[in-house]
Structures are given as structure tokens and as C-alpha cells.
Design a binder for this molecule. Sequence first.
Ligand code: GDP
Ligand code: CA
Length: 327
Amino acid sequence: MKITVLAGGVGGARYLLGVRHWLQDSDGGDPAAQLTAIVNTADDLWLAGLRITPDLDTITYALAGVNDTTRGWGRAGDSEVVNGELAAWGVAWPWFTLGDLDIAASVARTAWLRDGVPLAEVVARLAARWDVGARLLPATGDEAETIVHLAQPTDDGRTELHFQEWWVRYRAALPAASFEVRGAAEARPSAGVLEAIAEADVVLLAPSNPVVSIGPILAIPGIREALRDTPAPVIGASPIIAGSVVRGMADACLTAIGVETSADAVARLHGSRTTGGLLDGWLVDTADADVVEGLVADGIPTRAVPLWMTDPATTARMVDAAISLAG
Ligand code: GDP
Ligand code: CA
């Protein structure tokens, strides 16, 4: 079975581990040939002269099994020698730590980009070091980054921040008025993205941040249309369990766009495909079973199953529920 997944960073990585596990265990197939991840690139940025791609790196390292599971980002066993040197010179951001191995990957990435290699090919070259068991495609190779427009200016009078500064430095605590994916209108999907949606047997939305991970992927012209046109069912999983974001600060993003932090409000944000939205199906956690009936009435077939992605085998059961809902 050919599966295409739309994914952000940490939630996307956990979900992809489950999809890969499902393909190996239940489908008996070769995930490397059957699993495509379309990954958010709107968190990307230039820092110290380097192109940094946090969600792509998180997913690459997690699928390669070389990620740091304690810190939750970067490579296991990494050091921070270069980061300390940069800080001593006042280069980069003191609150944005990059490990030495991360910096090496970013040097390689930047070198290839400077040679004119498309980001999708750069990602493939970086991932080729390991057996990631999936094809990773950046949503776009063009620079289209999330800018947060603030409800009130910062102390130094700024009214907008790059997503990373808002998220990492301010921990999403400065109220946001809106999000803009700057450059999205001119951006093109990476080679293979539209085909991966059109030719999939099923398209899955990871339980990633709907506003700043899934939203920016949909903002790249052509991707939303491809999802509307694909014969494949599109099935999502809720990132919200019992009114809470599970991990992270996605509630700050939902609040900013006027959407309640609940499993059914996120489903309605995506909308039913029968009325021009995205979804042919939606999974909520068993703790949210009470919203199933209302969503079904609104044209979104919904099932309640455990949605805690504790390990790949557990997550694979959630993927199995998505596949059976698709069928
Ligand atoms: P980021 O780019 O690193 O922020 O990661 P993503 O956007 O891919 O995923 C972050 C979202 O995943 C969070 O906002 C959570 O709502 C969701 N999430 C994290 N862990 C779990 C889990 O175990 N189950 C579910 N259902 N959602 C989760
Ligand atoms: Ca992210």
C-alpha cells in the first residue's frame, strides 16, 4: 500500500515511526518504497549563514534512530562546541541551541543549496546516511517561512517575529494576532509532492500542529488542490486529546486563529471533503468519544481510538484504525 503522510516535526516523527511499523508488520511491504512524508518547511530559517530545517531534521533523525530522545531535538550524544564559539562572538541566537552534528548537517545542506541542488535532493542526500525507510519530501524547496504577527509589540517595539523566535525564545507566550507563511504564494511544491498525493492509496495527516505544521504545507499553491482531487481517502488524527495538546504549545496557535483547543474543532477547521474541505475521515482519542456523533453528522466519518503515540507499535494501531476508516 502506498501511503503519503503530511507531517510537522516531533508529532510528525512519532507518527511516521508508527506508519513505518504498520507497513512492515501489517502490510508486509517495503516502507522505503511505499511511504512518502511531505514535511513542513515553514519553520526553516537562515542562522549564522546556514539554512536550518528543524522539522525535516527531526524526522530524519527519528526515522534513522539517531535522535536525542531525552532532549526531544537534535542528535543523540551531540556536543555544543561550535554553538559556544558562535555565542562568544554574538553570532546566531543564544536561545536557539544547535548541536555540533546538527551544524555539520546544516553546513552540508547549505553547501549543496549554494551549488543549486534543490532542497528535496539535499534531504535525500542527508537521509542516505541511514536506513530511514521512507521517502522524505520537503513541502517546498522555496523559502516560505511562518511569521507571527503579534497582538502587542515586544518590549523593543517589534510587531512580528519569525516563528522560531516566537516559539523557542518566547515559548509562544506572546499573544499572536495571526500567522503568515511569507513567500507561500510564490512557492512551488517540491518535485514529487503532487504526484505523491495523486498516486497514494491513502493520505494521512499526522497529528501535527494544525496551524503551524499542517497549515503551511496546505498554503503551498497546488497542495490543497491535489488533496481535493486525489482518489485516495484523506484521513487525519487529532493532535488534541481531551482539550489538551498532549505535548507542546499548539493551543497558543489555535487560540490565535479563533479555534477552540478540542479534537472536534480541529476536524471542523480542516473540514469535510464532501463540502470542499480536506477530510474523508478523522480519528479522535477514546477520551473524546462524545464528539464522534456530531462530526459524523457534519460529514466527517470519525472513530474514537487511543491516540497516545507512546511507541511505534502503539502508534501503528492508530495507523491501522486510520487505514480501516479509509477502507
Ligand atoms: P513540531 O513541528 O515539532 O511542533 O511537531 P508537530 O507539529 O509534528 O507535532 C506537534 C503536535 O503533535 C503537538 O501540538 C501535539 O498536539 C501533537 N502530539 C504530540 N504527541 C502526541 C501524541 O502522542 N498523540 C497525539 N494525538 N498528538 C500528539
Ligand atoms: Ca515544527
